[in-house]
Design a protein around this ligand. Structure first.
Ligand code: BTN
Length: 255
């Protein structure tokens, strides 16, 4: 039984769909609320960054969830979101993608989608707003990010319809979310994420978080979604930070 029933609210312009979804959640909105805007004037990204959101250039959507699940497992909800984005890009745009820990979706090693999940307290209990931004055209991001960002239009060579992408995304989100809530659902989500991410194992990466920079080789995920990293001083579990692949920076010695 798929008990996840999305209810879409559409806006021409909002400061941030995450902020609006959180406001409606505080007023008692039900799980499945999906707030979509054509543009955001104060779009927010991870690690206090802004998320450029020009009109019609991206899919900007925030979904409200009220998971009946131990809160230690809530970080896995962002993995659910990245799996849903990866499915939607394949289904609606015939685009195969990679996923960079924790939840950046990449095409040709450049970022095509970012996910910002925010836990909030509401009168009905703790909830989570999952904000998803997909670059649909290259106008979605500033020129200076062109080497790191990519759009669906550039990656597929075609303009794609945001509505088709949104329907596919919400269907996928429902599927993976229902699976997460099942017994052993977390393990299944982690297994699927690991199968789809080139960053899950054996990738040489740099991790920058608030107080340190680490380099090492990735070696799978913990049960709560933390990234295991083999460093020169031992194995550490990363729960926050920015991961960059060092492959292209490592000197290659005669192949
Ligand atoms: C990231 O930094 O990678 C996360 C970006 C998340 C952007 C989306 S767009 C819809 C939703 N509303 C926001 O203000 N942010 C998220």
């Amino acid at each position: 039984m798929n008990f996840f029933k999305p209810k879409i609210l559409r806006y021409e312009s909002l400061p941030s769909t995450n902020t609006e979804a959180a406001r409606l959640a505080a007023l008692g909105a039900e799980e499945g609320l999906a707030v979509v805007a054509d543009e955001q004037t104060a779009g927010r990204g991870r690690l206090q960054r802004t998320w450029a959101s020009p009109k019609g250039a991206g899919l900007y959507v925030s979904i409200l969830l009220r998971p009946k699940m131990a809160q230690e497992r809530w970080p896995l909800i962002t993995f659910v979101a990245s799996l849903a984005v990866s499915d939607a890009l394949l289904e609606a745009c015939e685009l195969a993608t990679d996923i960079k820990w924790p939840n950046d979706v990449l095409a040709s090693e450049r970022k095509i989608c970012g996910i910002l999940a925010e836990v909030i307290d509401t009168p009905e209990g703790r909830a989570i707003v999952v904000g998803i931004g997909i670059n649909v055209t290259n106008q979605a991001f500033p020129e200076e990010l062109a080497s790191k960002a990519i759009s669906v239009a550039e990656a597929t060579g075609q303009q794609r319809d945001r509505e088709t992408l949104l329907s596919s995304l919400l269907r996928g989100l429902g599927r993976w979310y229902v699976l997460l809530l099942e017994e052993n659902g977390g393990e299944k989500i982690i297994a699927e994420w690991t199968a789809r991410s080139s960053y899950a194992e054996g990738k040489v990466v740099k991790v920058v978080n608030l107080d340190e920079t680490l380099t090492g080789v990735t070696s799978g995920l913990e049960a709560d979604g933390a990234l295991r990293l083999e460093t020169s001083t031992g194995t550490v579990s990363i729960r926050a930070g920015d991961v960059t692949s060092l492959r292209s920076h490592v000197a290659v010695d005669g192949g």
